[in-house]
Design a protein around this ligand. Structure first.
Ligand code: AKG
Length: 368
């Protein structure tokens, strides 16, 4: 089955659950269509994007919980999926606990030879220097604040899919999100040092990619306080903390909403004053990995002294249509670095299905 059909069926089946199960009736106001209408991808995307917006902008935790419940039920009962096997469950729970509480959690380190492989691979790829400029060599992008690698190139980066698919990490993310994750993006980018001012994600903001999300970061350069650490305002992914800040806001709730929901980029002083929460400065040598629930307030600090190269995996709960719609087949030159086990069980295959597809083995009697 093509990726397109798999995604279509997922949305149709979820909609059928919403329409048929009484407990999901409150979701119907957001999804007032028959299940079959979800075959229209544009409609499915529009309805889900709108639902995410409504949930966030109305702080409707109950509807979010119902949606996660429906997705979990689809995964368990219809798709027959469970948590991955070969999991260090105590560790998965500890990681999920830190994510639930603070919003970020350290993971194990990637070893030096693997970091060197990833870096060498990425340095040989073209980058997007932003500002509508064409893809170029890394050297030609160094006047930008940030140069991003195209997603299709990052998927084939050595070790990356294996890091993203580690069963204990997938289990921890599943515990935190409340449903099995789907990888929604592979990204890697350079943040260059010495730029006069911060740009885009170098200002505080929060992400809205899905009903619930979590990102895995892999530092591929040494990251110290002056070389562009990820900065995370602890607890700000929790609706209760946001609600508390909203109640305490001197200008009233509408004014808070205008700042929190409509102002994409937020200043350090504003964030500090509004949330009064501990700020984590996530430093570490090349190979450091961690998870962050970027529904919370965060940014990548503008590096002062040294450039930073980071890889990132985005986990969500719905299979949103991707820039690279068709997954890459394993066993081809583009995925030469990706081990088979990352799609070797139903749950890992599900997590990776937007980007990676098991190699099609030649049928008996067919020539390879
Ligand atoms: O560069 C960073 O550490 C921040 C990344 C970020 O803002 C994001 O992934 O949304």
């Amino acid at each position: 089955m093509s990726n397109y059909e798999t995604i279509t069926n997922w949305f149709v089946d979820l909609q059928a659950l919403i329409m048929s199960e009484p407990e999901y009736a409150p979701l119907r106001a957001l999804f007032p269509v028959e299940a079959e209408r979800m075959r229209d991808h544009a409609l499915a995307s529009r309805l889900h994007e709108r639902a995410i917006q409504v949930i966030i902008t109305t702080y409707n935790v109950e509807v979010e919980r119902l949606m996660i419940g429906a997705i979990g039920r689809l995964q368990r009962r219809q798709l027959g999926l469970g948590l991955p096997t070969d999991v260090d469950e105590a560790r998965a729970m500890a990681i999920a606990g830190a994510l639930d509480e603070a919003g970020h959690a350290p993971l194990g380190s990637v070893n030096a030879p693997a970091v060197a492989d990833m870096r060498a691979y990425l340095e040989a790829q073209m980058v997007d220097p932003g500002d509508d400029r064409p893809l170029c060599d890394l050297a030609a992008a160094k006047d930008a604040n940030i140069a991003q690698y195209p997603m299709a190139a990052v998927v084939g980066c050595p070790h990356f899919a294996a890091i993203a698919s580690d069963p204990t990490t997938i289990a921890a993310v599943a515990h935190h999100l409340g449903a099995l994750p789907t990888v929604l993006g592979y990204t890697a980018w350079w943040s260059f040092a010495g730029r006069p001012e911060a740009r885009e994600a170098q200002f505080f903001h929060f992400d809205l990619d899905d009903y619930r999300i979590c990102k895995l970061f892999v530092y591929l350069t040494d990251v110290e306080a002056d070389s562009g650490p990820h900065i995370y305002v602890e607890g700000t992914h929790r609706p209760a903390i946001v609600a508390q800040a909203r109640r305490a806001w001197a200008g009233g709730e509408a004014d808070f909403d205008a700042w929190y929901l409509q102002r994409l980029r937020k200043s350090d002083a504003e964030v500090e004053k509004v949330f009064e929460r501990q700020t984590a400065i996530l430093t570490g040598p090349a190979g450091t990995t961690f998870l962050a629930d970027t529904r919370g307030i965060h940014k990548g600090l503008l590096p002062d002294r040294a450039d930073r190269l980071v890889g990132q995996v985005l986990y969500g709960v719905t299979p949103r249509i991707q820039e690279a719609l068709e997954p890459l087949d394993l066993g081809t030159p583009a995925t030469a670095h990706v081990p088979d086990w990352v799609v070797g069980t139903p749950t890992l295959d599900y997590a990776n299905r937007l980007f990676l597809r098991p190699a099609v083995l030649p049928r008996q009697g067919e020539r390879p």
